[in-house]
Design a protein around this ligand. Structure first.
Ligand SMILES: [Zn+2]
Length: 255
């Protein structure tokens, strides 16, 4: 079910145990070869596949295209809600669903810069609803749901990158599978290494200090086949998570 296709009485009639999935994304620079809408298109496709896989068992909210992309603002075309604005936006969206009686709310994220604000938004909302035992507030980034212990380079044949970069092998591959005509020349782009900035500490960063062209990783090795395999893998992992949310008994800590 899609919230935006339903009437208010139809929403009123829903079982409140249904998981509400809110895809959150971004419109931001993705190097010289991918469109600004990349993150929104990709998480939108993962959400679409998961919705098909879970026919009728989840309520899909409209995708929120505006994200926290402050680190990309040196690159024209990037749109961003400042981190605190974005945090409040997500918090109020989740609060709307709680007000309407829904209890199981999942942010399905498709952009790295949204992770911390989304987790903080749900953290704050849970503290503010502490007298209510029923809310289940989850944040999940679609490419970070693997729990098999097997590296990505084993799960997807010929994959070069072991982790998500930016406008990289993974994202370029998925865009080739989804919207080939929106992908510009990528095969001659030199790799931009991830680097190890003071690891395992976390260094705050802006994009232009890590990459001049705007991407991070190896877009030149992207293929549509890898993209299709990545979509299938990620969608199946999202479905597995949402099946757990559906099966949750409504009270247990474990789920
Ligand atoms: Zn991206």
């Amino acid at each position: 079910m899609h919230l935006h296709e339903m009437t208010s009485p139809q929403v009123a009639a829903l079982d409140r145990r249904i998981p509400v999935v809110i895809p959150i994304a971004a419109v931001e620079q993705h190097g010289p070869h991918l469109p600004l809408m990349t993150d929104s298109l990709l998480v939108g496709e993962v959400a679409r596949r998961a919705h098909v896989g879970l026919a009728g068992k989840i309520l899909m909210a409209p995708l929120m295209w505006l994200g926290n992309s402050e680190h990309h603002l040196d690159f024209p075309g990037t749109m961003s809600a400042a981190p605190r604005t974005y945090l409040d936006l997500l918090k109020e969206m989740a609060r709307n669903f709680l007000k309407h009686g829904f209890r199981r709310i999942v942010f399905l994220n498709g952009h790295g810069g949204n992770m911390i604000p989304a987790q903080q938004a749900l953290f704050e909302l849970r503290q503010e609803t502490r007298d209510d035992q029923t809310p289940l507030l989850l944040h999940a980034t679609y490419w970070a749901l693997g729990d098999t212990g097997r590296p990505m380079t084993e799960l997807v044949p010929d994959l070069v990158q072991g982790e998500m970069g930016h406008a990289c092998e993974w994202e370029t591959s998925m865009m080739l599978a989804l919207y080939r005509k929106l992908v510009g020349e990528y095969q001659s782009l030199p790799a931009v290494p991830f680097g190890k900035p003071f690891s395992p500490a976390h260094r705050a960063w802006i994009t232009r200090e890590r990459t001049t062209p705007g991407y991070i990783g190896t877009p030149s090795v992207a293929t549509a086949l890898k993209g299709e395999q990545l979509f299938e893998l990620f969608a199946s992992q999202v479905v597995a998570l949402l099946e757990r949310v559906i099966a949750w008994d409504g009270v247990s800590w474990d789920g």
